[in-house]
Design a protein around this ligand. Sequence first.
Ligand SMILES: Cc1cc2nc3c(=O)[nH]c(=O)nc-3n(C[C@H](O)[C@H](O)[C@H](O)COP(=O)(O)OP(=O)(O)OC[C@H]3O[C@@H](n4cnc5c(N)ncnc54)[C@H](O)[C@@H]3O)c2cc1C
Length: 414
Amino acid sequence: MHVLVMGAGVAGVTAAWRLLEDGHEVTVVERQAGAAAETSFANAGLVAPGHAFAWASPKAAKTLIKSLFLKDQPLRFRLSSEPAFWRWSLRFLAQCTSERARRNTRIKHRLCRYSQQALQAVADQTGIAYDGARRGVLYLHRSQATLDRGAANMQILKDAGQALEVVDRERAAAIDPALAPSKDKIAGAIYSPGDESGDACKFTRALAALCAERGARFRYDTTIRALDAAGGRIERVVTDRGDLVADAYMLACGSYSPLLAQTIGEQVAVYPVKGYSLTVPVDGANNPPTVGGIDEDHLCAYVRLGERVRATAVAEFAGYDTSHRPADFRSMLRSLEDLFPSGADYRRPQYWACLRPMTPEGTPILGRGRLANLHYNTGHGHMGWTMACGTARICADLIAGRTPELPLEGLTLR
Ligand SMILES: Cc1cc2nc3c(=O)[nH]c(=O)nc-3n(C[C@H](O)[C@H](O)[C@H](O)COP(=O)(O)OP(=O)(O)OC[C@H]3O[C@@H](n4cnc5c(N)ncnc54)[C@H](O)[C@@H]3O)c2cc1C
């Protein structure tokens, strides 16, 4: 079968790899000049089933409303006149009950665990070098009160079989010795020894190169304008470089998937939630973090990627705007420097902003909608690097007519 994958981010490329493994002919269409040039370019790099919480929760609803009135918050909710924004926000609020939060977290965690194993299998099979580190992740808490709350919240993941340990500041500094000089700034951490980290962009680009070696065609610099359907099937994909035809089509365009789905009259509840990412070189500095983590009180994630340290933060509702100013990075830089004062060369930051393709539930949309030969692989939100190899497997199973290894509950078009 000839499958046309739309989008060469981590979701599209991992799916292309899996489809080639199944013996399909694969074409990938991407508007950028190469793979992983949008959201998969500079994310926090954490592969973190130990943090697979749904964003929508009773607390999130209150935080969203508060953020309307406060400035410089890690969560920046802004009202918009767009109907898509209101549809998404109302659906998000409907997920903010304790019961929905528990259900969504369980489904998300199950997918993240499955996907981590799938990522490890692809990494081991291909030997791709992606600055990977399998040393766990530390979720740091500055005060005893937030540590206690974090410990209570993590119970749902522990009950689902995730190894998680509450550690005091001494043990946190033993796990990551780079924390030793600043350990008095934290009360302790939740340590997830099974979590890991790595550069999603390096991984995706190397995997795209391997896909091309195995015969996949990559059509870069090609923008998809619309999908064209007739008789319950996609007939062709309309691009700025002509029409493309295949037997099956996979939509993996991240935050832009709903705009393309709209051209065939299908509504996909994915909305862009902007995040900011800052990368600094390690050189010259002598004490960079050795284990990835999150400064939970400032909602700032950080990771060591070879000779670089990266921090990411902020969830902002700004539509499709990806612009950024140095001021947007001030608070995450403060958090990083505070924890790792000599962690990297903070005078040479590289700034980036991109859009998390969020669903209200926090779980992606996989498989078919109304049309027989259109498969969704989108809406990976804030955990697409963690989830991509697992969602690739599930989508390939569905295209091949196999029953996926995971139940599809909560993972289909809704
Ligand atoms: C600040 C930040 C930190 C994050 N940290 C983590 C983390 O630590 N761990 C984790 O697991 N996840 C993390 N994520 C989430 C993760 O990065 C995303 O979920 C993931 O990159 C989404 O991948 P994707 O392939 O769906 O989208 P993308 O990478 O955006 O790929 C979609 C592709 O489709 C292409 N495209 C779109 N429209 C068209 C069109 N019309 N025609 C042709 N091509 C088109 C785009 O150019 C793009 O290349 C983070 C995200 C952000 C923003």
